[in-house]
Write a protein that binds this ligand. Sequence first.
Ligand code: SAM
Ligand code: SF4
Length: 366
Amino acid sequence: RDKKDISRSLKKRPVSRRRSCEKHTKTETFQDNITLPFSPLLTDSFGRRHSYLRISLTEKCNLRCQYCMPEEGVKLTPRGQLLSISEIMTLARLFVREGVDKIRLTGGEPLIRPDVLDIIAELRKLEGLKTIAVTTNGMNLARLLPRLKHAGLDLINISLDSLVPAKFEFIVRRKGFHKVMEGIDKALDMGFNPVKVNCVVMRGVNEDELLDFVALSEKKPLEVRFIEYMPFDGNKWNFKKMVSYQEMLDHIRQQWPNLEMLQTGHTDTAKTFKVPGFQGQMGFITSMSDHFCGSCNRLRITADGNLKVCLFGNSEVSLRDLLRSGASDAELLHTIGAAVGRKKKQHAGMFSISQMKNRPMILIGG
Ligand code: SAM
Ligand code: SF4
């Protein structure tokens, strides 16, 4: 059967969801077309298997990006109410046991958390966890990279929104352009592959640098990822400031008409392209103009311990409170399974999202 048939039949027959203590089932889903054990608890009512967990390590940051951190700042959760390393590990262990094979550490800025190396080293010990990734603003990266690699880090995404130092400072409201570039170069030198560079594209701010970012991938084996500007609380999003995937692509194609589209995996979020002859490539994260909710395999845990099943949904459940009330693994899994079961088919669309109450991005962990 082809992917569409399987997907259609899954939609007709809702996937049966069982209680935590029941055994893993062997199922075939449209997400990968191969038979693998996967927890029904992490499979939602649309057949999506959630094998990728993003954990926010902190609400703090050493930058103040306009699209992420509200101008007036955010009210920080008291330290005692944030997840400790042992709570993070308890949850990570549970999720990995249920089939999560990739964990990304994010924030705030994950590399300012003092125990980040210990967290990575502990995660590395989890059998079944194939990939440990970090998304960072790159400010502390060059200094930490050898220790991050030694602790077991596999993948790095580095955020960089401008190649012009003064504009970088305007966007992130701090200095640091050269430190980030140093971090990117060091990641490449140390053989991280791929090194992804995340660039949030905003009209009137950095859309004039698209071609320069693509050119960066000529000599460096980077994947530059252009991210559509998304609305979150306090980030002053408006439709006119968003540059759509199609617009970016049209612009880039005028310079490089022979752009090749590359094959991607079913759960990959980026549409990827390559200029023939360039060492690197580019990707587009089209969450606003062409969402990929149908193949979403992500769950998120905020630094204060809430499980968020959708980046753009405001329903959350506190795993921290459950943990601290002495809940058993089975009880935790039951709550997690119920939250996954309530996950909506897709997000509400950018205009509704922009009117909706959610967290500022810095308190979610992108
Ligand atoms: N501090 C780290 C960093 O900047 O890479 C990790 C946290 S940051 C919230 C994760 C990613 O979300 C970054 O790549 C950032 O560019 C992206 N991001 C934040 N706000 C966004 C927005 N409004 N629209 C699109 N992407 C956004
Ligand atoms: Fe900090 Fe990252 Fe948000 Fe920028 S995008 S303010 S670096 S958390």
